[in-house]
Design a protein around this ligand. Structure first.
Ligand SMILES: [Zn+2]
Length: 369
């Protein structure tokens, strides 16, 4: 049987065949199909709606450090509430912004490492030949600063983003062999042929809960015999949830087709277990005549994600403190001279680790508040 592009109807052949990601790869999607879109529509939707979605979600991709086929999430330049600027590298890793300040006849240079400091100094020397680069490098101060402010963050999903989310549902629905005719309104919405929004934000608890907290991408088609509804559901990063009612007069059996995976580990549905599928509550929620977005719920799940990323980066910072102290210990007590762990080494390690911990806890305000 030949396949047709579900957006333009063109027959898919050797000339226009293309790999469509069910969930865009930029937000961590891995599952692909060559039976959904022609090359033309794939490129067009990729450049416009998928691009809009991935651009809007880029800060979240950065925090989670989403794995992609090509390229890692970009670093973000952020101005904190205090006016301080930082760079956030993928995986919630804050860095100082390189800076040159001129105070009277002195320069104050902030650099992220010695190489950067040297480069900046050499650059300045071109303009101010009297600068003694070697002397400055000898007298530079190493400082370790931890982030002690909240990161401001705003998320606005425009119509293009919604179309891209709708496309995830349509992709999965057709990929799983369901009848295209039944989602013609959604397809028109993806094509921007009509302004009628068929996609609604879902801010209640997810119909899917997992055995432990993690960052998941989920897409699902759920049919319910009791409420006669056939629904498409998408959840990105365990936070952004949308649904569409595909059929209000569904007369088939209760069923669900699901695809979900852990965004960080890539573990697929075979490796993770759904604890409860709160389908009944889900159908009650979406069956209301008017669907209200509950902002506090949205914020709650958003904060949960932020806290999770923050905790992960804290754990990493703690781990890095311990491994730094171990490295320092090896430098002071080289293994060739000290083949066994001595009391001296233990004393050094406990002192070094605790000193670093105290300054870390103090700066991140986890102490005394
Ligand atoms: Zn097409």
């Amino acid at each position: 049987m030949t396949d047709h592009c579900y957006l333009c109807g063109a027959e898919i052949n050797d000339e226009n065949i293309s790999k469509e990601h069910i969930i865009p790869n930029a937000i961590g999607g891995k599952l692909v199909s060559i039976k959904l879109l022609c090359n033309n529509c794939n490129i067009k939707t990729g450049d416009v709606i998928d691009f809009a979605l991935s651009k809007t979600l880029e800060p979240l991709c950065n925090l989670i450090n989403v794995k992609r086929d090509r390229g890692t999430p970009t670093s973000l330049k952020i101005t904190l509430q205090s006016g301080k600027k930082i760079i956030l590298r993928p995986g919630f890793k804050p860095e100082a912004v390189p800076n040159v300040e001129k105070l009277n006849n002195k320069f104050n240079i902030t650099a992220r490492n010695e190489n950067e400091a040297l480069e900046t100094l050499r650059h300045l020397q071109l303009k101010y030949p009297s600068i003694d680069v070697d002397n400055a490098m000898e007298n530079l101060q190493h400082q370790k600063k931890y982030l002690d402010e909240k990161i401001p963050f705003k998320l606005e999903l425009n119509d293009e983003c919604l179309r891209s989310l709708g496309k995830i549902i349509a992709n999965f629905y057709i990929y799983r062999g369901n009848d295209k005719e039944k989602i013609s309104e959604l397809i028109d919405f993806i094509k921007d042929d009509q302004k009628i929004k068929t996609l609604w934000q879902y801010t209640e608890d997810s119909p899917f809960t997992f055995n432990k907290y993690g960052v998941y991408n989920i897409v699902s088609i759920i049919g319910d015999r009791n409420t006669k509804k056939l629904v498409g559901f998408v959840e990105i990063f365990s936070t952004i949830k949308f649904f569409i009612i595909i059929n209000n007069n569904y007369d088939g059996e209760t069923f669900s087709q699901n695809y979900y995976y852990n965004v960080e580990t890539g573990a697929s549905d075979k490796d993770i277990i759904i604890k409860t599928v709160k389908k009944e509550k889900f159908f009650t929620n979406i069956s209301r005549d008017t669907y209200d977005i509950c902002l506090s719920n949205y914020e709650k799940s958003f904060n949960e994600l932020m806290n999770y990323c923050h905790k992960k980066s804290n754990d990493e910072a703690r781990f890095s403190i311990i491994s730094q102290s171990f490295d320092e210990c090896q430098r002071r007590f080289p293994p060739e001279k000290y083949p066994y762990f001595t009391d001296e080494m233990i004393e050094f390690l406990s002192k070094d680790v605790s000193e670093k911990f105290v300054s870390y806890l103090y700066e991140t305000k986890q102490l005394g508040q």
